[in-house]
Design a protein around this ligand. Structure first.
Ligand SMILES: [Zn+2]
Length: 326
């Protein structure tokens, strides 16, 4: 039984006593797809499942150890314990629900320190595992035999951090090399997929705008993006982004003179907006190109103004935008 002095001991019973011994030869890092503290992970392993990892690491750097590193834990499928008695030490790390976010600075530091200790205590060699059974360091998706049916864990951002930051720093500290000057920037450039987002919203209910008034469009259908990106049924849909795209309107009747579509920014204490386009007379379908920049602290809405002498009904509205952060 080996307990890492840098972790808070939260021993899982009966697993800690009943699971077979291993000789640890690998260190495998996971994301748990939940923004949990180490304590919460311990409670989950204890109360809700027979699976477990050796360590759990919260965003704030809180590190718990649940099982001694010379006892089998159950996070790595065939690598948990091999027939020759060797096995992997595993850590689950707090992440967002899709495990797409990078490790926090505190998590990176704790992973490095634990990695160094595992080299010193158990002699885990300072290399990235070249095969599923090769001694060394790795992350869950590195080898197929470490999971049942494949996994994306711990996520692209963390795989980059592991290769560019965490593992090189474990090697540097474990071998006593001086730090490089100047230190390389730890955050790699985001890929286009991380950078650009697509928002596609629509309405299901017609809305009538009385003569001489305006209404904002309430979007109650979301296509193609996650349902949690903005509240369903909300009128505001964007903040802290650039955007470019199209608003499409379908009127119940041919629109009279004096109808316009505007993108409006709402903030505490007011709104601001410019007329984006007038709807031409007698047109039933209309598409408006919109491009702009929404500062943090403001949200964007789409408003239809009716300055004609009669009510106007928008039967359907759709919005498609490419967005990217400021
Ligand atoms: Zn995993």
């Amino acid at each position: 039984m080996a307990w890492y002095p840098g972790a808070t001991r939260m021993e899982l019973q009966p697993e800690s006593d009943t699971q077979p011994a291993i000789r640890p030869t690998q260190f495998i890092i996971h994301s748990i797809a939940a923004p949990w503290t180490a304590r919460r992970m311990y409670e989950y392993w204890r109360d809700s499942t027979s699976l477990d990892s050796h360590f759990g690491l919260g965003y704030a750097g809180d590190l718990g150890q649940f099982i001694g590193t010379e006892t089998r834990a159950d996070a790595n499928y065939q690598a948990n314990r091999r027939p020759d008695g060797t096995g992997a030490v595993s850590i689950e790390t707090a992440s967002n629900l899709q495990h797409t976010d990078p490790w926090s600075e505190a998590q990176v530091e704790q992973l490095i320190r634990l990695g160094v200790w595992l080299h010193e205590r158990h002699g885990i060699p300072l290399r990235i595992c070249r095969s599923a059974s090769d001694p060394g360091y790795g992350y869950h998706r590195l080898h197929a035999a470490w999971s049942t049916g494949g996994t994306a864990c711990p996520g692209d951002a963390r795989v980059r951090q592991f290769r560019e930051l965490v593992f090189p720093e474990i090697v540097r500290r474990a071998t006593g090399q001086p730090a490089e000057e100047p230190a390389p920037a730890p955050t790699p450039a985001p890929s286009e997929e991380d950078f650009m987002d697509f928002t596609s919203l629509a309405t299901t209910k017609p809305m009538t705008i009385q003569a001489g008034s305006w209404r904002e469009i309430y979007w109650d259908v979301e296509n193609q993006d996650g349902a949690d990106d903005h509240g369903a049924g909300e009128s505001s849909f964007l903040s802290g982004n650039h955007y470019t795209g199209t608003v499409s309107l379908k009127f119940a009747e041919d629109a009279p003179v004096g109808v316009s579509v505007r993108m409006v920014q709402e903030y505490t204490g007011g709104t601001s907006g410019e007329p984006t386009d007038d709807v031409p007379v007698g047109k039933r379908n209309h598409a408006v190109s919109v491009t702009g920049r929404v500062p943090v602290g403001r949200t964007l809405m789409c408003v239809v103004t009716n300055d004609s002498p009669e009510p106007v009904t928008v039967a359907w509205a759709g919005l498609r935008l490419l967005t990217w952060p400021l």
